[in-house]
Design a protein around this ligand. Structure first.
Ligand code: ZN
Length: 286
């Protein structure tokens, strides 16, 4: 199966060109959110390193309260487990992040060492009604990614804020799609070491997708495919969080074929986990 997509220059891309990533093929665009999560239900039942909350029943129409949390508890790696929260599907018309986070969890089921040293809190469907109706906004017409830490009454925002306060994560990752970008890029904020995580993550994603090297991305100044300013009210740690977690948003372009978008997001996420663990282990040994 061949795909044609534009990456600055038009090129033909075939799944056979990426043999290492063929495991990422096979998602159907028609799958409902609850169908996507069916595999995760099975993993959580069978693998004691996983647990799930709020997973909707298969084939049911999901509602605003079906905002699933999948936890993965890795083996300890010489320091207390690092808590990282990963969010996807905040915009309901960006299914790439949802697929990628499901893929990441499926990968960890097979290869748990990839997240050794971590307690991951994964929210693959942060906007269940938006995903169902394929809209950026929730069923109430709200872009919830402009509502954080503003006393919002949107139930998704209230729930996710409570979760972030409960977990007090060392790191926050959000997976998005930008249909105005021709290349992959990221947003870095929070802890100083964020810089040491996003650069290798973007290099990993570049194995499968071109990077956006524009001087301005989404209206913000960019350097090396990274923006450091973004809109107020995006999903983040509370403004008064101390110490500040690392905060990274990964943005895949919309045009490439689904399996490459998912591969880029999964590779970048795995790289962030590997690099952060290295930094913590190094700091621990000083
Ligand atoms: Zn988005």
């Amino acid at each position: 199966m061949s795909f044609l997509f534009t990456t600055g220059q038009t090129q033909v891309c075939d799944e056979a060109d990426f043999p290492d990533f063929q495991f990422l093929t096979g998602f159907s665009e028609r799958e409902s959110p609850s169908e996507k999560l069916r595999d995760l239900r099975k993993i959580c039942r069978e693998n004691p390193q996983f647990s799930a909350k709020n997973l909707p029943e298969p084939d049911t129409k999901i509602g605003r309260s079906d905002l699933p949390l999948i936890e993965f508890r890795g083996k300890e790696a010489g320091f207390p487990l690092l808590r990282v929260a990963i969010f996807a599907g905040i915009h309901g018309d960006e299914p790439e992040g949802v697929h990628a986070l499901v893929r990441l969890l499926q990968t960890l089921d097979q290869n748990p060492g990839l997240a050794e040293g971590y307690h991951l809190f994964c929210y693959p469907v942060c906007n269940p009604t938006g995903l169902l109706q394929q809209t950026r906004e929730t069923v109430s017409g709200t872009d919830i990614n402009r509502e954080f830490w503003k006393n919002s009454e949107e139930p998704e925002v209230v729930f996710l804020q409570q979760e972030i306060q409960r977990i007090t994560p060392h790191g926050i990752l959000a997976l998005h799609t930008d249909d105005t970008s021709e290349g992959f890029y990221g947003y870095a904020h929070g802890a100083v070491l964020t810089e040491n995580l996003i650069a290798p993550a973007l290099r990993a994603a570049e194995e499968v997708l071109p990077r956006n090297r524009d001087a301005f991305i989404d209206g913000f100044p960019a350097a090396d495919s990274v923006i450091r300013k973004t809109y107020p009210g995006i999903l983040s740690a509370p403004p008064d969080a101390s110490p500040k977690p690392f905060e990274i948003i990964l943005e895949t372009p919309a045009k490439p074929p689904a399996f490459l978008k998912e591969a880029a997001l999964v590779l970048a996420t795995q790289t962030i986990l590997a690099e952060y663990r290295k930094l913590i282990a190094f700091a621990d040994n000083i």
